[in-house]
Design a protein around this ligand. Sequence first.
Ligand code: CUA
Length: 185
Amino acid sequence: MSQVHPEIHERWILRTELLWAFGVGVFIAAALGMIVFTALTMSINPPSNVERIDPKVLHLSGEFAEQNLGTTVAADGSVTVRAIATQFMFIPACIAVPANRLVTLRFASPDVIHGLLITGTNVNTMVLPGFVAQVHTEFTRSGDLLMPCHEYCGFGHSEMWATVQVMPQNAFQPKRNGRISCAQR
Ligand code: CUA
């Protein structure tokens, strides 16, 4: 039986280690590159808003009281949607938004952790009780989009979803008080 010289053995170990290090390095670079690429080209970013809200009383007064839920167009033309994610529904169940215009979506939960995404858009966030989840987006096409809850929140989780009605600019006509709801069909 021939003996491998210890020095050759050492060199072989070093070579395979460097090869693995290179492979892992390429993988990390690709993953980081993908994160940067999707952030720059598709606006896919981690939520950055840290804003506290008391989940026990959010429905009683203030921003998330019932009369403030839904879509509001402010005097300066900015569009803000406020909705509650609760076991097992979104309030309101239909959200009206304009196409091709910046929209700010704000969500709060009075009970457990929910999550949501709007199909075909970059909107995807968790809704944690105690915090306001805020997302900015622009809807590029008009039509109805599905907004399901995507965080298991209990027995009714699979029944928890809302509709986002993206209206063409000319159909998006808020009332005098700036409020607008989904068109009845
Ligand atoms: Cu709410 Cu799942």
